[in-house]
Design a protein around this ligand. Sequence first.
Ligand SMILES: Nc1ncnc2c1ncn2[C@@H]1O[C@H](COP(=O)(O)OP(=O)(O)OP(=O)(O)O)[C@@H](O)[C@H]1O
Ligand SMILES: [Mg+2]
Length: 319
Amino acid sequence: MLVARNLVKRFKDRVAVDGICFEVRRGSTLGLLGPNGAGKTTTLSMLIGLLSPDSGEVLLDGAPIGTGAGGQKHRIGLVPQDLALYDELSAWANLQLCGGLYGVTGEPLKKRAKDALELVGLGDRAHDRVGSFSGGMKRRLNIAGALLHDPELILLDEPTVGVDPQSRNAIFENLEELRRRGKTLVYTTHYMEEAERLCDQIVIIDHGKVIADDDLAGLYRLLEGTNEVTLELASEADTQLLTDLRALDGVSSVLPEGRLVRLEIADVGVTLARALDLVVARGVDVVTLRSEHASLESVFLLLTGRELRDASQAGSSAS
Ligand SMILES: Nc1ncnc2c1ncn2[C@@H]1O[C@H](COP(=O)(O)OP(=O)(O)OP(=O)(O)O)[C@@H](O)[C@H]1O
Ligand SMILES: [Mg+2]
């Protein structure tokens, strides 16, 4: 449905987006992930035609999106990272304004505004001033504002930032409902578990470039050990036991921490049984055992590293 082809955007000597390509299938949810400053918001701004790329193009069903008013923009809704709401106006008046900007007026706008408020759980707060809303309510209203022209494609830039688990859950349910209605979603977030729950396809960008584009299963395969197993032992593991564990096929890392030993292993079924045999043969009792499937966060850190982005950018401009 949507194609980003070789998008490049510079701000003076800083390259914010450096040749980004990806495709979004109709009806799917694509997660656009990346550290602070990776270029997510800049990319979304080009997808919706708010910013013109220095080179490259955005195609919606094969036609260029363009940056002028009109064109195909009525088919896309944007939930911006910065709240696009007027505190002095009521929720209802804000939605009337958003709808009006897309040329929706009269009865159709009233009906859509009512539906959008119901969807985000604010039906009973329509006539309250937005200034009196909590952060989570504002985030939900910010989503409603993108729905009034009934777009087929919705771009959401960190729609859950700074809200409590209840509001996040309500927002997920809104997004899942939109997906059930056949909408196509492009979604940025720093919460990896959200992307794991919602997204069919995940594009990870860093320093303005795509560094991974796959479904979750494909991303997990990038990790050598896709399971993280923690053994709590009755006594600290000795050097010999650690060496034997490291030598096991399918074990990619062994990290002792007091009486705990963390193992990264490819296959719980076979390798874990062998690891336990080694521990028992060494005469050490296992007190507890916890096994978790590797998370998207581990993949994200593997691909993007652990260095702080804000710190690394402070001294360099276009590097
Ligand atoms: N209008 C602008 N003028 C100058 N530089 C900009 C502008 N907008 C973005 N940038 C720079 O482009 C880079 C990418 O910014 P962008 O906002 O796209 O990142 P992001 O991935 O959305 O980050 P975050 O997760 O913090 O929202 C950053 O280095 C940022 O400072
Ligand atoms: Mg951003």
